[in-house]
Design a binder for this molecule. Structure first.
Ligand code: NIG
Ligand code: FE
Length: 421
């Protein structure tokens, strides 16, 4: 692989470290003006320096002039429901007329209607649809993406979703991290017999998925009318027993004790946390859990916003992700999530940068190799159409990623973007 030299970097901004940063450290960003960066032949960062850049032999490096712009690590989207059939625009009108998310779900719509569409979709169809979404994500600067199953809710369709994730990881430049979310809802056929559904999940499907190496994480939608805290504990413990690390959707709509499980389970991340209480924040602090917040979902559901500042005050590392899915957040623009995170969670641009890079990497156990610009880490990075960090969340809704690199190789070509001065 040809080595890369990026020179004339106006500002290189990155969190530092190989694990999540909580508390005051979340806002500590290393900033280097007038910097350059090189990679090795394996697509890892070799050196970062300031001032005159190294003299290189002709052809040894692909040389890129950053023209005085901002460079940061590539964005990590730590929470997506990437693989699904159909869309749910029919729910949009229902929402506008006052139907709530849980009412639509209880009436057999919501997740359950996507389950129907996903079961009917072929592997090829699911793959092509997700591939298009990944292309869009990469254009926004996402270089690693977590992807959940959870729209099959039976053995075969869940396996199909996970195989699509595995194949896309192999075929696309972006790295995909697979999570098994068989406990996303109780399917209609087990509505009267949820114990049997949980038995199948914990005794048959989790062991099989773990054996096949199709998932790294196990997740549960712990919510009123979906899975209780006790059921969530059972499912996540079964996952752990088979080597799948625990994540949990908790406190999205009602607080029913999901986040409080994180301390005992040593959950890697807890997600949503919109109505998270003090007891949940304490549990995350004790569990070493990353709080993965999804601001576009609050926006889309018209709900309140997670108490991010309280989490930061308690030393809990905060990550921000898209939650891309066909129901509560049919959007994948992580740059928009960055803006909402600053405005609604009151994150500083520095805290926000850590939230979408290093802490997001920690939420998917990748902080040792991605999430910051340091020698030895993967050269996943963005040259922004910006000269400073504040400009990123300030520019609502525009795509400011000028050039995106994965393992030192360009994903997108440099585009003609508006002037930045
Ligand atoms: O994270 N809350 C559960 N899962 C998704 C929504 C899934 C859907 O509505 O299809 C979420 O918001
Ligand atoms: Fe989700």
């Amino acid at each position: 692989m040809q080595k890369l030299l990026i020179h004339n970097i106006g500002l290189l901004a990155t969190p530092v470290g190989r694990s999540a940063r909580g508390g005051a450290a979340q806002g500590e960003i290393l900033k280097r003006e007038g910097a350059w960066l090189t990679t090795d032949e394996n697509g890892r960062i070799a050196e970062i320096g300031q001032g005159p850049c190294p003299v290189t032999a002709p052809g040894e490096y692909r040389t890129v002039d950053a023209e005085g712009r901002l460079v940061t690590p590539g964005l990590v989207d730590a929470h997506t429901h990437l693989i699904f059939g159909g869309w749910r625009q029919n729910e949009f009108g229902l929402k506008l007329h006052g139907a709530t998310y849980l009412e639509i779900l209880a009436a057999g719509g919501g997740i359950l209607s996507t389950v129907k569409a996903t079961r009917e979709a072929s592997e090829e169809e699911l793959k092509n649809k997700a591939k298009a979404a990944l292309g869009e994500m990469m254009s926004y600067g996402v270089t690693t993406c977590e992807a959940k199953s959870g729209y099959g809710l039976d053995r075969d369709t869940e396996l199909r979703q996970l195989r699509v994730i595995r194949d896309l990881d192999r075929e696309c430049p972006i790295d995909l991290v697979p999570t098994y979310l068989g406990a996303h809802a109780v399917p209609a056929e087990y509505k009267e017999n949820r114990e049997e559904y949980i038995r199948l999940l914990t005794e048959e499907w989790i062991p099989e998925i773990a054996r096949e190496g199709l998932a790294e994480f196990c997740d549960v939608f712990c919510e009123q009318g979906v899975f209780t805290a006790e059921e969530s504990r059972l499912i996540l413990e079964a996952g752990k027993k088979h080597g799948l690390l625990p994540k949990i959707h908790a406190d999205e709509i009602e607080a029913i004790g999901g986040t409080e499980l994180t301390a005992d389970l040593k959950a890697v991340s807890a997600e949503h946390l919109i109505v998270c209480q003090g007891s949940g924040i304490e549990a995350m602090a004790r569990g070493g859990t990353v709080a993965c917040l999804l601001p576009m979902t609050s926006f889309y559901l018209g709900s309140v916003y997670a108490p991010a500042r309280k989490m930061i005050d308690a030393g809990v590392p905060v990550a921000v992700a898209s939650d891309f899915n066909p129901g509560s957040c049919p959007g994948l623009n992580l740059q928009l999530a960055m803006t909402i995170a600053c405005l609604k969670y009151r994150l500083t641009p520095e805290e926000m940068l850590t939230a979408v890079t290093l802490n997001a990497a920690a939420a998917i156990r990748r902080a040792d190799r991605i999430g910051s610009l340091e020698p030895g880490k993967q050269a996943d990075l963005i040259i922004w159409n910006s000269r400073d960090l504040d400009y990123l969340p300030y520019r609502l809704g525009s795509n400011l990623a000028s050039a995106v690199f994965k393992n030192g190789t360009p994903l997108t070509s440099e585009r003609n973007l508006p002037t930045i001065s």
